[in-house]
Design a protein around this ligand. Structure first.
Ligand SMILES: *Cc1c(COP(=O)(O)O)cnc(C)c1O
Length: 290
């Protein structure tokens, strides 16, 4: 497979919207969703250095974990296809028959799918579970669930440096917090980052981001906070208010927002703008991670 054409730096576009103008706020969208149709956004940034590390260590097979709808699973499958690795996806729960669209895509990109019951899946980082997987699948390079490890965080840290416009606040959605850990580290002084949790009770994310930064950079860095108000019931949950926001955004701007992550983050950004949480004249960047 020839290496795919990746759109990097990803495009940056200012969003023109009355709700922002009224508050004298400028908002730029960092379109990581346009990097590549199959290697989307933060998932590519997280995989990039892991692929190098796997290859340097002589690995030919990647193994990773996720739910049946995981963007990280599909991105890993695509990365294997384009960069010449075999891939194994370890999926939480009972086998899916027929396969859903995400897993069908992953299989079409050559991924071998296997399942762990929920109880075992919860113990997926424990030595006996890992040993069992290595017995079945050989000497694999293991990526954690969601793809967030030190190399992934380092990959995400490159994002702010791609932004040519001056800005004050960078906003992104948080699932594992790996993206926030990286982008916050890449900020310059005077800039700050807000991660919007898409999980209910997302307060634990602050500890995870701290740990990810320590493993990636040896220290906690960058001025970041996590907002936990805009989860809309929890991961992969939605409400009519969120759906209305998505429909309205498409009507205004012609952009269909990913509802699991990006729409929740942008809803939060607009709510904070409306509340006057940003000083007039503030310049924001929202990362469209997928
Ligand atoms: C995975 C994902 C996220 C979450 O990123 P984390 O690094 O896990 O916090 C955000 N947006 C999209 C579109 C994703 O696929």
């Amino acid at each position: 497979m020839p290496a795919p054409a990746l759109r990097l730096p990803s495009p940056l576009a200012e969003l023109h919207d009355d709700r922002l103008r009224r508050r004298d706020i400028r908002l730029y969208l960092k379109r990581d969703d346009l990097i590549h149709p199959e290697l989307i956004g933060n998932k590519w940034r997280k995989l990039r250095y892991n692929l190098d590390a796997a290859r340097d260590a002589g690995h030919t097979r990647l193994l990773t974990f996720g739910g049946a709808f995981s963007n990280h699973i599909t991105a890993t499958a695509a990365a294997g296809y384009y960069f010449d690795f075999e891939t194994v996806g370890v999926i939480r729960g009972e086998p899916h028959t027929p396969l859903n669209d995400s897993l069908t895509f992953a299989v079409s990109r050559g991924m071998k799918i296997t399942y762990l019951d929920r109880q075992t899946y919860r113990r997926k980082t424990e030595p006996d579970v890992i040993a069992g997987l290595r017995e079945s699948f050989g000497d694999v390079y293991i990526l954690p669930e969601g793809g967030s490890n030190a190399l992934a965080v380092q990959g995400c840290a490159e994002l702010p440096g791609e932004i040519a416009a001056d800005f004050d606040v960078l906003c992104c959605a948080c699932g594992t917090g790996g993206t926030l850990a990286g982008v916050a580290h890449g900020l310059t002084s005077g800039q700050r980052a807000i991660g919007f949790s898409v999980l209910k009770n997302g307060d634990f994310l602050a500890e995870d981001v701290t740990q990810l930064q320590c493993s990636a950079f040896g220290q906690v860095g960058g001025n970041w906070t996590i907002n936990t108000e805009f989860h809309f019931g929890g991961f992969a949950k939605r409400t009519p208010a969120l759906d209305d926001f998505i429909a309205d955004f498409r009507a205004r701007h012609g952009i269909q927002l990913d509802w699991v992550y990006v729409a929740k983050m942008l809803y939060g950004v607009f709510a904070l703008v409306e509340r006057g949480a940003f000083a007039p004249g503030s310049r924001l960047v929202a990362v469209i991670t997928g």
